[in-house]
Ligand binder design. Structure first.
Ligand SMILES: [Zn+2]
Length: 255
């Protein structure tokens, strides 16, 4: 059975058929999903989905691309959501994203640090988004001595993957692994120890081959698992068993 550790099933792309999509997941071998919040509104929606479906868990946080209007009250809201809903298992996705020209690195770093402090206060793992942050993301994680986290949608170098592993981090891969030009991600995956690997879809984005460019959903995590089993040179069943166990441990879920 598969665990999609990072999904956005609250996304408007699922508005027309969300319940049918979620109910179909068992047919694809998906037994658990963590739905990830990316702002206050989607964090609330993640919690609502987790409370509606027994096999969905939630993470709450504000993505670096969504922090422009963030205020202290939002931090309180995240804290209340995490404390009052037992199915909230992590803070995220949080991090740094300097990809767009209007990014404000100082402001992003401020709210990243505040949310890392919240996770520490709540003794919760963090789900990290890092895009083009030029090393600032890992530097801050080290400075704040954060070791209980996952780097999601990893597409960096093998060196960076090893650095994260040495920090105590999990490394999670999406359908990017299946892309023709994924040499770097494949190299990174090959150096991460089995007990530090997780798989995810990041749906509705990042659809793996052979569905690239279409709407992604948690059922397609099977393609990530197949590719990862091939890279690690183990059977598909073994890969599923290991990555599901890793995810259960990371999100504090008992059988
Ligand atoms: Zn995401």
């Amino acid at each position: 059975m598969l665990f999609d550790t990072h999904a956005h099933l609250d996304d408007p792309q699922f508005d027309a058929d969300r319940d049918a999509v979620i109910r179909s997941l068992k047919e694809y071998g998906v037994s658990r999903v963590t739905n990830i919040g990316a702002d206050i509104n989607t964090s609330r929606q993640a919690v609502a989905l987790a409370n509606q479906y027994d096999f969905i868990y939630a993470s709450v946080g504000v993505h670096p691309g969504e922090i422009s209007g963030m205020c202290n009250e939002d931090l309180d809201t995240l804290k209340t959501l995490a404390l009052s809903n037992p199915k909230v298992r992590a803070i995220g996705e949080i991090g740094l994203d300097y990809h767009y020209d209007d990014a404000d690195p100082q402001k992003q770093q401020f709210w990243f640090r505040r949310q890392l402090e919240l996770a520490k206060e709540l003794s919760m793992p963090v789900v990290i988004h890092d895009r083009d942050s030029k090393g600032d993301c890992i530097r801050i994680l080290k400075e704040m001595q954060v070791s209980n986290g996952v780097m999601h949608c990893f597409s960096g170098s093998a060196e960076t993957a090893t650095e994260l592993v040495n920090m105590g981090f999990m490394v999670s891969f999406t359908g990017v692994l299946t892309f023709k030009n994924a040499r770097r991600a494949v190299e990174a995956c090959s150096v991460v120890p089995l007990d530090r690997l997780m798989i995810e879809t990041d749906c509705p984005y990042m659809a793996p081959e052979p569905h690239r460019g279409k709407r992604n959903f948690s059922g397609y995590v099977v393609h990530v698992a197949e590719k990862m089993a091939e890279i690690k040179g183990i059977s598909f069943d073994e890969l599923c068993k290991i990555t599901t166990r890793n995810a259960m441990e990371f999100y504090g879920i008992c059988d």
